[in-house]
Design a protein around this ligand. Sequence first.
Ligand code: EPZ
Length: 434
Amino acid sequence: MTEKLIIHGGKALRGEVEIAGAKNSVLKLMAAALLTGDSIELRNVPHLSDVAVMTQVLKHLGCDVDQQDDDRLYIQARNITSYEAPYDLVRKMRASFDVLGSLLGRFGEARVALPGGCSIGKRSVDLHVKGLMALGAEVEINHGYVEAKATRLVGTEILLDTPSVGATENIMLAATMAEGSTILSNAAQEPEIMDLANFLNAMGADISGAGTNELIINGVKPGSLHGTTYSVMPDRIEAATYLMAAAGTRGDVTVNNVLPVHLSSLTHKLMEMGADIEMPTPNSLRLRCDKRLQAQNIVTQPYPGFPTDLQAPFMTLLCIADGVSIVKETIYENRFKQVGELKRMGADISVERDVAVITGVEHLSGAEVNAHDLRAGAAMVIAGVQAIGMTEVYDLQHLDRGYEHLVEKMQSIGADIQRVPDTSGRVILTEDAM
Ligand code: EPZ
């Protein structure tokens, strides 16, 4: 039975929320665990459907994977039985493509299904493939699979056309096992890249420069990486979601277990719009807002710019801000899926190609809406808590990919939100891998 959310909006959210480990980091750390046969213990691991899919991928390859009820997850890649990540798993989640770099690095062989496009854009993997070829791999695309082989990988200089997060990760994973040094320029600088580099270094790798646009990866000898225990970085996108929900309802919410610097591009915008933000401790952020937010313009950019993953949720605030706002999406071709739904709630938005113009209205009104993808789904929840009346949100499988205990956390800060069976017999609209 599918489920839906029922939200009665219009109440100021108040309280504290504990933020989980980052989805977009833990999935890559799980792929990196393939680089050693020793046991890996990850902590601060969220319970998400995407973690369950990566678990399936690793088990398919022959790994032992055990996620505990608390925040621990154990992986041991000692008895690998396959070098192939099949399409029926990769299509569920693009991040499974990261096993390519690890399998190639450790075993010199990998066959990983091409993820294909997804609902937010084409999302090519050409830069992943070019990077691995520069390291000496032979790569062919056959029957929808990337087939990569290398008798030896050799470090080299690689310049990415664009600072792709996934390509930086796959190249880093393979280059860790290459002979000599790799200098990766125009690398992605996202905090999740730093988390992966720190994790690999804890396993015995030699990577420097993570968090800048130039990574230096000194390859290590085969078999020299070892087991470790590592705590996943906090989920900056989850934290941002609760801060924005607080701002939209003129509330007072503190998010704990965060690294505030990761949220700077958002917090600066929120303060310019009129919210008060302070840092009660080095690992928490408190947002208070008691007046109507002012209009604001954003352009999505790679880190440290404004994240594309926050564009849809942020737009819900602009819908009720005072004045006209402009949003330009530069990362994905098709990431305005939330617009139609927000318009159904009374928003005034017009879109031309990659630019949305939003004229603030006094308030949104509850409506039936779809969570078209993960972050568009977060936008629907934020819109629902700030709207007058009842909002019903469908297609919750997208939200389950990235938000642990969403309903309970929202309830704990005073939201009137429930997850109930959807008895309408509706057909699920979208099932894209993100
Ligand atoms: C990661 O995706 C995140 N996913 C995305 O979050 C996030 O939106 C994105 O980084 C940007 O921050 C995970 O970490 C699992 P990219 P990724 O490679 O690695 C183009 C979410 O909601 N490109 O940096 O796939 C590509 O088409 C998800 O949690 C190429 O052209 O992103 C896109 O336009 C959604 N060729 C741009 O670069 C390539 O070979 C950025 O993609 C690779 C990418």
